[in-house]
Design a protein around this ligand. Structure first.
Ligand SMILES: Nc1ncnc2c1ncn2[C@@H]1O[C@H](COP(=O)(O)OP(=O)(O)OP(=O)(O)O)[C@@H](O)[C@H]1O
Ligand SMILES: [Mg+2]
Length: 364
């Protein structure tokens, strides 16, 4: 590259795409003076494409998903096809395995062999990826021998080929050119965990499921899915209060837990649902603390379900630790006058922002 072309290098834009069960989120970024600058972002509910209410989880065929992705790209006025895409946690199998001491060049082979014990389908049907979890210094110091003589802990991710093939068809249909697919966990961690926070738990309260990730020094250490999400609150509201699903969804979003005395029943039903979720999440947290003798210092809330009014107050009672809203937009340069809007939208856009940040870092 010539001197001039590097000075006048065109700013390249990239997209992060998160196709959730109830809504697609897209974020477009570009790099300017070393900072990630937000260019545009948008969200689109998938319910109407499946003939169900907004806010509900869907399982759309490929052609309908393509239609929806095209619509959101048009609405958000995106201007690039260069992107990455998040895959749902449910498409993957995540395991933590201990690898016996072997030379580094044999690691991949040994991990595939070990992984077979954890993966209930033939390895030819999955894409396998792994990363070695770095040892803590104190631990490594006590271990005799060089790095190759020590056993290692590895995080192994297996994704069913079928999911990847489906995503490839979706991307081909929309004309987007993704350079990678990654499980939404890793996008989310990149977008919401700050360096230096020792151990935290991320809760992604989506429409279909609630996902719990425990992260230590930036590395995933444990993940769980609770098969209940924010749509289950809506469904139980509709049933208990004899209202339509869209009315229930509307009440949930407008009043949440802050509807006042005339919405006592609404608050009670929401609280019962959330109590179950917080109970499960808290058990996961306490089990982890006990097993690894680690203190989980922070709970970070993401996902559209966490936007419920009064959600943090209840979460603070549910966990004996600091609880905060994810603020992934603070990793980006954004117009100051919209600060309030970004603080609100943060929890929903964590995954899409994390994907876009990775795509942007590939340009360096
Ligand atoms: N202001 C709000 N108050 C309460 N709930 C809300 C609010 N906004 C959105 N939700 C709920 O959040 C859910 C959507 O969240 P999100 O977009 O994170 O889910 P998703 O990514 O599509 O789902 P999943 O991750 O489970 O596949 C819907 O069920 C919706 O009802
Ligand atoms: Mg989601």
């Amino acid at each position: 590259m010539s001197f001039f072309s590097s000075i006048f290098k065109k700013e390249i834009s990239v997209l992060g795409l998160d196709i959730g069960s109830s809504a697609i989120k897209v974020v477009q970024l570009k790099k300017k003076r070393g900072r990630a600058v937000l260019e545009t972002y948008g969200e689109l509910a998938l319910g109407p494409y499946a003939g169900v209410e907004i806010g509900r989880a869907t399982s759309l065929p490929i052609d309908k998903t393509v239609e929806a992705v095209r619509d959101i790209l048009r609405e958000a006025k995106t201007t690039t096809v260069s992107c990455g895409a998040a895959l749902p946690l449910a498409s993957s199998l995540i395991s933590f395995i201990n690898v016996p001491p072997v030379p580094d060049k044999q690691l991949g082979e040994v991990i595939s062999l070990e992984a077979r014990k954890y993966i209930p389908v033939p390895l030819s049907e999955v894409m396998l990826d792994y990363s070695i979890i770095p040892r803590e210094e104190s631990y490594a110091d006590n271990d005799a021998g060089g790095a190759e003589q020590q056993s290692k802990d590895a995080l192994v991710v297996a994704i069913h080929n079928e999911f990847v093939n489906n995503y490839q068809s979706i991307m081909a249909g929309t004309g987007l050119a993704p350079s990678f697919y990654e499980i939404e966990i890793f996008s989310c961690i990149r977008a919401v965990v700050d360096q230096g926070v020792s151990t935290c738990m991320i809760i992604d309260f989506g429409a279909r499921a609630t996902k719990l990730y425990i992260v230590e020094r930036g590395m995933l250490r444990s993940s769980h899915i609770i098969n209940k999400g924010s749509q289950d609150i809506t469904l139980s509201l509709a049933k208990a209060m004899s209202v339509s699903i869209s009315e229930a969804e509307n009440m949930k979003r407008v009043h949440g837990l802050k509807g006042g005395p005339e919405y006592k029943e609404l608050s009670e039903i929401i609280t019962v649902n959330l109590d179950y979720m917080f109970y499960e999440a808290n058990s996961t947290l306490l089990n982890y603390q006990k097993k690894y003798r680690k203190n989980v210092a922070k709970v970070i809330l993401t996902g559209g379900g966490a936007l419920l009014k009064g959600f943090t107050d209840l979460a603070k009672i549910g966990f004996q630790t600091e609880v905060i809203y994810a603020d992934p937009f603070n990793k980006l340069e954004t117009p100051a006058f919209l600060a309030e809007e970004f603080a609100q939208a943060g929890p929903e856009f964590a995954v899409a922002i994390g994907v876009a940040l990775r795509r942007l870092s590939e340009l360096e």
